[in-house]
Design a protein around this ligand. Structure first.
Ligand code: BG6
Length: 517
């Protein structure tokens, strides 16, 4: 092991397999390159990859949108975005080298002329760079309504393949991938009528998080968890993604989306998959995704009559955040009067297979909750016979394993331990692993890993077509029930800064309780 506890090269085949894939010479085209996501995440991620020497020697960035910019204008905007949002203060020499060769292509996404201009730019770059053609990666970071339009135009202009050049073409599609099962199926059909599945990289940025990838390492690189990782030993699982922020300036998107579509359909179900899946043969994209799809297929979508018993929604009312008063959801700019969009969603799911039958999986997410925390808590069953019963002491809580995805990244295990003294008294103690203490290096941002993997052509951390559809299949009946015009249900409100609506307690089985956020 190295000083900071990271395995030396060659010591960890699980990780090494991925890291060894070369990153070919690439031109990355970002549609929507001056949008919020690009500025906050994509451009800073590219800078940090450049800083770490992870980009290929021949790398070009092309930005595109309606905005009439020159190459220099885009260069300046990109530099500003990196300076504002990069996880490390940029080294101006590295930044300048990265941005030296950027290009800008202006035009509407539905205008064939945009793709003509783009094609010419890509051909120019190929000619400039020399003998070997560049791989092409198209990143769709636009409003989702443009996804099919861009795909279709790329196909029409023949940009979906680099015929005869030996170079590869990839398309990276941001979330949301559809807004219902039917729209996701439709989008898959449109995308796959132009690109083949092996060219498509559907983003779920949670899969790029270090702590999420660690779930694979934790489960499949250690012997001690597998024997208890099943219905015989696990009583329940709770997956929480709580946020303290409101919807900010995103009402336009959020009010027609809501918490279920925004976070449950993708991030939370992905966490559930990684927790429940069978060990894959290796970390190949299909091996991992085959196992995840099996988990999703083992979750039976609720019938309309079952929805109320297994899903609860809520909407934040005025309250506090960081000690300051904040408005309720309906008072936020851009939210429709009387909106019933949920800003909180909680579900109880069952994974109906041999390993998990009967174990409740509680999922919950919400905006304007008490604090930001994403965690997975696995509660084990009590021991079959407690030899230490002491009537003067409260019952010992069962063992609980908590994987904290953010912000205090780590894993903790609660155990019963003897209190020092002459009597046999047991109380819970914590065994902790903290990323910050175990590793000195700063974790990369999720988008750094994902952009690199897409350029490498490794789809392990991306959602496959059948996976995206299986996720919608679970959520669709809940969406239908919550959105039904005939639904007279009131959306329960919860105060901003609180634990969420009390109604979520109705999902819990006897003896279970929500962890305090
Ligand atoms: C995004 C959602 O996918 O994830 C946002 O659209 C949410 O609403 C965000 O705030 C949370 O991501 P993270 O990485 O901050 O947990």
């Amino acid at each position: 092991m190295t000083a900071e506890g990271a395995p030396a090269p060659g010591e960890n085949p699980l990780v090494e397999g991925l890291e060894r894939l070369p990153v070919p010479p690439t031109v990355l085209v970002i549609f929507g390159a001056t949008g919020d996501l690009s500025k906050r995440k994509l451009l800073p991620a590219l800078y940090n990859l450049a800083h770490e020497g992870a980009l290929p020697e021949r790398f070009h960035l092309v930005g595109s949108s309606r905005s009439h910019l020159s190459d220099d204008d885009f260069r300046r905007e990109a530099a500003d975005a990196v300076r504002e949002f990069s996880r490390r203060p940029p080294d101006e020499t590295v930044l300048e080298a990265l941005l030296r060769s950027v290009r800008w292509v202006s035009g509407g996404f539905d205008d064939p002329a945009t793709y003509e201009a783009l094609g010419t730019t890509l051909d120019d770059l190929d000619a400039e760079t020399g003998r070997v053609a560049l791989n092409r990666a198209f990143y769709l970071s636009t409003a989702p309504g443009f996804f099919p339009v861009i795909v279709e135009h790329l196909g029409r202009r023949g940009l979906h393949e680099c015929e005869g050049s030996g170079a590869g073409t990839r398309i990276i599609i941001e979330k949301p991938f559809g807004s219902t099962l039917a729209s996701a199926v439709d989008l898959n059909e449109r995308v796959l009528s132009v690109f083949s599945e092996s060219q498509v990289f559907r983003i779920d940025h949670y899969l790029g998080k270090e702590t999420v990838q660690n779930m694979l390492a934790f489960r499949f690189a250690n012997r001690m968890f597998e024997p208890v990782w099943n219905r015989d030993h696990i009583a329940s699982v709770q997956i929480t993604a709580a946020e303290d922020i409101g919807i900010g300036s995103r009402a336009g998107y959020y009010d027609s989306s809501g918490a279920l579509r925004d976070l449950v359909q993708n991030h939370l179900l992905q966490l559930l998959c990684l927790l429940c899946m069978e060990p894959p043969i290796d970390l190949g994209a299909d091996q991992v995704r085959n196992e995840k799809v099996k988990v999703l297929k083992a979750i039976r979508p609720p019938t309309p009559d079952e929805v109320d018993a297994m899903a609860v929604r809520g909407q934040y009312a005025a309250g506090t955040a960081g000690g300051e008063p904040v408005p309720g959801y309906r008072e936020e700019d851009g939210v429709a009067d009387g909106s019933t969009t949920e800003t909180f969603a909680a579900l109880r799911l069952e994974v109906r297979n041999w390993r998990w039958a009967g174990v409740p999986f509680y999922l919950r997410t919400g905006k304007r909750l008490a604090r930001k925390v994403t965690e997975i808590a696995v509660t084990l069953k009590p021991v079959p016979h407690m030899a230490f019963d002491d009537p003067s002491h409260p019952a010992l809580p069962p063992n609980q394993l908590v994987m904290t995805i953010q912000p205090d990244e780590g894993v903790s295990l609660s155990l019963g331990a003897k209190i020092p003294g002459t009597r046999m008294q047991i109380r819970p103690v914590q065994m902790e692993f903290q990323y910050g203490a175990a590793f000195v290096s700063q974790s990369p941002e999720a988008y750094e890993r994902l952009i690199l993997d897409a350029m490498r052509g490794d789809a392990t951390l991306f959602t496959r077509n059948d996976e995206a559809e299986a996720q919608w299949r679970i959520c669709d009946p809940i969406i239908a029930r919550w959105g039904a015009p005939s639904s007279t249900d009131r959306v329960p409100h919860y105060a901003a800064g609180s634990q969420g609506p009390a109604a979520a307690d109705a999902l819990l089985r006897d003896g279970d309780s929500w962890r305090r956020i």
